[in-house]
Design a protein around this ligand. Structure first.
Ligand SMILES: Cc1ncc(COP(=O)(O)O)c(C=O)c1O
Length: 445
């Protein structure tokens, strides 16, 4: 399909409206069409679109000093944001924790992979390097991050390029991989981690990474009570680090600053991205707990890693301005109530025969569509249900985030809802109406 665009698009077979303006939960296209952003794009936008204070803060920083290389300088904006993030994090990040800023989530994952490896060297455990992860997960699109990811479709074209370090079972009660039911399952999915550690067996495993609430791949699947605690315990007893990938679930989206705080967990590293600058600038970060920092401080003192644009002053200025806005408007505190509003608005959908599950935490919600509600049987992949729902919602001017594969990597259709924290009850009602109309259309036959 030849076009005059010079842009290499995500999909040559699709056409994309040109976004020209944002206002709160709305994106306005060049041709005047208005779209309600029910997914915060990809669970990115927390404070809403078009907040002028953020642009002003970025312009102000840029006019002072836009760029200073981290091999030669630190900047006040990066220092300030690091302090604020550590203050929001679990206790083991205070008194000695540090923050490594990146330009997005995938870079945060890559940084974590290398941080863990060098931590092992600093700690005299040279034989350790492998990072275990879970099937049905996503940690980013770069090759290291993709090696950790268990998202079947996103990995498929690149399989020959990917390292295989080991994936354990996902934690997904709605389609339990062990076909068990909580609590009788005795957290078999958490115990799966232990299968990698035999008694007296020598190991090269250095860490375990997980999304506390699985975003894109499983459509906001939160773990049952006890899962995060058991995983944390197994990491501790086996002497490996725990990495929480909170690129999607962090920065207040689930109702706490970081999702692990729902369960009182203290991971060794926390990865953030997306909401950290609410889409106003490309920014991500690795929060490094005090004990990991200490190993570097006592050891070589230098992390053999770096990106030209890490800790960029304008991006961290955006991060600070977003946090200022969240605090001034008490938006963190409003996530639970807004999430309840959205769930309440979605309630009429639940009785539809093809709506299998509405799940999630705070403002990270998923709606899964099934062929058979009693058996949770998914639709055949070829029917492309998630994409059809997205299309039908778009016709109602509501933007959603569709994904296939939540059941087995290929089958299973869901959409993700992750609107800005400013979503109003009226806008929640619009989202629900669009979804009800989409469901009626897609499942009409
Ligand atoms: C949990 C998780 N980790 C990492 C990433 C990668 O982040 P980015 O796309 O900013 O590189 C994503 C992106 O969707 C994500 O959801």
């Amino acid at each position: 399909m030849p076009t005059r665009s010079g842009l290499f698009p995500r999909n040559f077979k699709k056409s994309f409206p040109v976004a020209s303006r944002g206002e709160g939960c709305w994106i306005i296209a060049e041709d005047g069409r208005r779209f309600l952003d029910a997914s915060g794009q990809a669970a990115v936008v927390s404070i809403g679109h078009g907040v002028p204070e953020i642009g002003r803060a970025m312009a102000e920083q840029s006019s002072q000093i836009a760029f200073a290389h981290t091999s030669q300088f630190h900047t006040a904006q990066a220092e300030k944001l690091a302090e604020r993030l550590l203050a929001m994090a679990p206790a083991n990040f205070r008194n000695g924790g540090r923050v490594y800023f990146t330009s997005g989530g995938s870079e945060a994952t890559e940084t974590a992979i290398k941080l863990v490896r060098q931590y092992c060297l600093e700690a005299g455990r040279r034989d350790r390097y492998r990072i275990l992860s879970r099937r049905q997960s996503y940690h980013g699109s770069t090759l290291g991050a993709m090696s950790l990811s268990g998202n079947v479709a996103r990995r498929a074209p690149y399989e020959p390029l990917l390292a295989e370090w080991g994936h354990i079972a996902p934690c997904f009660c709605y389609h339990c991989p062990f076909e068990k039911t909580f609590p009788h399952c005795e957290l078999a999915c958490a115990e799966d981690l232990q299968t990698h550690f035999g008694a007296g067996k020598k190991t090269d495993i250095a860490a375990f990474i997980f999304e506390p609430v699985v975003g894109a791949t499983l459509g906001a699947a939160a773990p049952p009570e006890g899962y995060v605690a058991r995983i944390s315990e197994l990491c501790r007893t086996n002497g490996i680090l725990l990495i929480a990938d909170e690129v999607m679930s962090g920065m207040g989206r689930t109702g706490k600053a970081f999702a692990v705080q729902h369960w009182g967990a203290e991971p060794d590293l926390i990865l953030v991205g997306k909401g950290i600058a609410s889409g106003y600038a490309p920014l991500g970060a690795v929060l490094v707990s005090a004990r990991v920092v200490e190993a570097y401080e006592r050891g070589s003192g230098a992390f053999m890693h770096g990106f030209t644009y890490q800790a960029h002053s304008v991006c961290t200025a955006a991060g600070n301005a977003v946090l200022d806005y969240l605090e001034a408007h008490e938006l963190f505190d409003g996530v639970n109530a807004a999430g309840q509003n959205l769930r309440g608005a979605l309630a009429p959908l639940q009785s539809h025969v093809n709506v299998g599950d509405i799940r999630g935490l705070g403002l990270l919600l998923g709606v899964e569509f099934v062929k058979d509600k009693a058996t949770y049987e998914p639709f055949p992949r070829e029917q492309n249900i998630a994409e059809k729902i997205r299309q039908a919602c778009l016709e109602e001017s509501v933007l959603t985030y569709p994904t296939q594969g939540c059941v087995d990597g290929l089958r299973g259709d869901h959409i993700l809802l992750a609107p800005p924290f400013t979503i109003s009850p009226e806008e929640c009602a619009l989202i629900s109406r669009a979804l009800q109309s989409a469901v009626a259309k897609v499942f009409a036959a």
